[in-house]
Design a protein around this ligand. Structure first.
Ligand SMILES: NC(=[NH2+])NCCC[C@H](N)C(=O)O
Length: 397
């Protein structure tokens, strides 16, 4: 590329700046630190572009979105709306920021729709047609894990029995979210002492299912009518919907408030109204802080769901790894541009959000390692128990 094409002067700065970045990204990259900042920004953009794809693939393979907390995804959608409105309100938004925001909003919407499709629509459709939900516990597998109280005349566990026991553990690991939303803990208890989680906001559906839990056996539960299942799903969706709708309206309310205060609603421009960029920044910052609080709080339902299930099954670690890299490079791109206090102050909500999200994603990745190791240990113990049984059996005869 010709030097004249590759380099261009940027605004008042009579320095040589990278031409194609100025042209396509409207950004002035005129120094090594600017290049570093732009490079990190691009890494962040690419990571956000691909971060949710592994989870979409995982859900597609398992035909379920049970590993991801819907509340977590909804906070992403709501935070993204704040972010997009903020980008549109802020006149100095860089095109890269807007592209990144559009990119991750789009992938998150796909992920949410996919989760709703598998976990709500397909389940509701199957129940409506009288089919058993794919992840429900088989009746035959409803035996205590610990055979202490079983009849002593029963034969020693066979390979099939042991397999059946471990498949029960698998059922737990693969269907915690489905079990949680079915309202019926397997065999009226929880495996490994962990109570199945409900990730959604409590609603009448939740109370209703807990109530029927007391009443009947799993068999009774499985006979519950399609109407009550539909009611449960609808009431839970209404719970999520109200939460989402209320939150989605917030940035627009804030925008309206901003317009009224700055005279924009009356047709006056910010300048005409005598309101300088300070007020604009105040409202931009306010939106930024609300967005940061939503994003930072969003990881908590996911962490809580993992703890409640005692598992990270159905969750793709790559999503959190890419998010971690995306947030870390985002912080890097801001700080490498400048460490002036004024700039840091203006970017404070975005910086704090990205730093806190890096730490929370790190925590979720540690949860992956912990639960995967724990799962392995349990599987090994089961194998040892089985071997112990066969040894005893051999010595006995
Ligand atoms: N839909 C998205 N991925 N939005 C981006 C969220 C960015 C935010 N810092 C977080 O990690 O939560």
């Amino acid at each position: 590329m010709e030097k004249s094409l590759a380099w261009a002067s940027c605004g008042e700065e009579e320095k040589a700046c990278v031409g194609w970045i100025k042209r396509y990204f409207n950004d002035c990259v005129c120094s090594p630190s600017g290049e570093l900042s732009f490079g990190l920004g691009m890494v962040s953009l690419v990571c956000w572009g691909i971060a949710e794809i592994p989870q979409i693939i995982t859900n597609f393979h398992s035909k379920s979105g049970h590993g991801v907390s819907l509340a977590f995804l909804l906070t992403w959608v709501i935070g993204d709306i704040f972010n997009l409105v903020g980008c549109l309100l802020e006149p100095v938004t860089l095109p890269t920021q807007l592209y990144t925001a559009l990119l991750y909003t789009a992938t998150t919407v796909v992920l949410v729709l996919q989760t709703l499709y598998y976990d709500y629509w397909v389940r509701w459709w199957k129940k409506k047609r009288g089919l058993q939900a794919p992840l429900e516990v088989e009746e035959g597998s409803c035996k205590p894990l610990n055979p202490k109280n079983e009849d002593l005349r029963q034969p020693l566990p066979t390979l099939t029995a042991s397999r059946r026991a471990s498949s029960r553990v698998d059922v737990y690991y693969t269907s915690a979210r489905s079990l949680a939303s079915s309202g019926t803990p397997p065999c009226r208890s929880s495996y490994l002492g962990v109570v199945p989680a409900r990730s959604g906001p409590s609603s009448s559906g939740y109370m209703e299912s807990s109530g029927s839990d007391e009443e009947g056996s799993p068999r009774h539960q499985s006979r519950s009518s399609g109407v009550s299942n539909l009611k449960k799903i609808v009431s839970r969706s209404v719970g999520y919907g109200t939460f989402a709708a209320g939150a989605v309206g917030l940035p627009f309310q804030t925008k309206a408030l901003m317009e009224v205060q700055t005279g924009l609603a009356g047709g006056r421009t910010v300048q005409e109204g005598g309101i300088g960029s300070l007020e604009e920044n105040t409202y931009g910052l306010l939106l930024g802080w609300i967005m940061a609080a939503i994003y930072m709080g969003g990881r908590l339902p996911q962490i809580y769901l993992n703890i409640k299930r005692g598992s990270v099954e159905g969750l793709n670690p790559l999503m959190f790894l890419f998010a971690l890299i995306a947030n870390a490079t985002y912080v890097g791109s801001i700080l490498s541009r400048s460490v002036e206090w004024e700039r840091i102050k203006a970017n404070a909500p975005w910086l704090l959000d990205a730093i806190v999200c890096v730490l929370l994603d790190l925590f979720i990745i540690i949860q992956f390692v912990y639960y995967k190791l724990l799962h392995k240990r349990i599987a090994n113990n089961e194998d040892d128990d089985f071997q112990g049984f066969t040894e005893t059996k051999k010595n006995h005869f």
